[in-house]
Write a protein that binds this ligand. Sequence first.
Ligand code: 6R9
Length: 641
Amino acid sequence: MTDSLVRAPETDRTHATPEQYAERYARSLSDNDAFWLEEARRLDWVTAPSKAGNWSYDPVDIRWYDDGVLNLCHNALDRHLDARGEKVALHFEPDDPESEARTLTYRELHREVVRIANALKAIGVKKGDRVTIYMPMIPEGTAAMLACARIGAIHSVVFGGFSPEALAGRIADCESRFVITADGGLRGGKPVPLKDNVDAALERPGAGVEAVLVVRHTGCEVNWTEGRDFWLADKANDADCPCEEMKAEDPLFILYTSGSTGKPKGVLHTTGGYGVWAALTFHYVFDVRPEDIFWCTADIGWITGHSYVAYGPLLNGASQVIFEGVPNYPDAGRFWDVVDKYGVSIFYTAPTAIRALMREGDGPVTSRDRSSLRLLGTVGEPINPEAWRWYHEVVGSGRCPIVDTWWQTETGGIMITTLPGAHDMKPGAAGKALFGVEPVLVDGEGKLLEGAAEGNLCMARSWPGQARTVYGDHQRFVDTYFSTFPGRYFSGDGCRRDEDGYHWITGRVDDVINVSGHRMGTAEVESALVLHPTVAEAAVVGYPHDIKGQGIYCFVTLVAGEEPDDALERELKAQVRSEIGPIATPDLIHFTPALPKTRSGKIMRRILRKIAENDYDSLGDTSTLADPGVVDALIAGRRNR
Ligand code: 6R9
């Protein structure tokens, strides 16, 4: 009964009624420009925009609020100081529950941001420069992002779990000359050698930088390059640091994300539209009230951490928790300890975390109070109805609505969800379009599908939070998102729309897999594997994994004369870890003498996916294979989970 409705409790129907939603949604489409100009008033502008959308999908040129001028750091901090300077902006919960927690008010966070902004200026950062941020989940991470926004620098946050190799690639791609990092981080009691990783990355070709600002965090030993490395504390100062006036379309940040081909893409977001979108989606979806304590467990290295840690909550003047650690340290009740400690009322996490905790049983949850919770959210991948029900019934004690929010790095913020109060929920369905969003489904030929249907999820029109380009490669942006179905933005996801207009995301339809809510291009893992001298060819697919959603299944053929063994398997896994990072570690390696190919030499991934899924009955047409015998050999060698 996955389609059954779960009703939001009447007491939560205060934010947007079903009628208000329907009315506002209809107007957001029919009177799009007026709607978006009105919504722009959520922000302070130096010069208010006279027009909202100015975009085209053919040719691809996306602009919003073109003639507006503003600064997002001002909007996130300065403008709150008079009315709520003493309100908590961040509660920082360290990895070790015995370590000292820190709380920063809006005034204190503002001071921290100004200090970092001055440090950035002192090391030579100017408006338009790219600054790479490689940080643990500590207040200085968010503050560094806002400091960049304050002085008009473009931040490129790289997840602290990425390897030096991956970091180097991202530094080189956007020609970033500055890095902000910490001496080290802590996750689940284990040290993360951030500064060492930066040192290693900067030895790679193309990744030389002028200066590295280092935040003292764990106090661990670090190597030092005189003239290049600077402690933040030595460069920071309280001098006045006015907010730079930014045009709405000036870049705000670059965030790298995996695609189906090639190296990760630097998705570029700009200032005005992204700001409006982050502010609006946070306001509506999380139904935020002044007394709420919000907690999004995402790292700032992902888009969720950008929009719902750094920007959304602060643009709305909300109080939030940021957490350095992991869900199961020191034990599986940690999330709920933190919820109780700070009185968290809105909690936003990923299905993979929910599934991992569900496995530990109800005890670690029910032994904690959790009565402060009133709204739960999920993001990152489809949530299976079983995990949804556990989240709803056990974590939320059946009291809290769940928002299952579908969106992407490229969309800047939440696109499809139910709204608490306005919509009933269906376990496993993301829900309906947010204001100004017009999702459509098309078949393989691009034909529009009406009513209840399943197809490729596209957007028929732009919205302010949409990515503008791929940094340095606009053609790649056009090719990736606008060429499959011309005139539409193609998300890369499959989706079923039911008779009530709810969207059920069926997963990626391209060669991207979703591992624990993280996007991984199969091509990236393949490239890492073939770097090994024994590997002739590799093909990587996803397969269903109980906790991670999808696991990484690698088919590998070796060069002639090489024999597979356990040691080689370990070496290949290590190779992928060091090229990309631990999140890309293969789950299964299947050595095979050959891969199934068409006569023109194309690997038939469809067949590999079926084999990885243990689904041998629906292998489909294998007659176009150059050597159909390969399939039997593959089935015989199937790796057990
Ligand atoms: C925000 C984020 C985007 C991809 C997206 C889709 C999957 C995200 C989802 C979901 C089903 C949800 N995805 N939210 N699938 N239901 N609520 O995760 O961005 O890292 O760019 O990933 O994640 O496949 O295309 P990003």
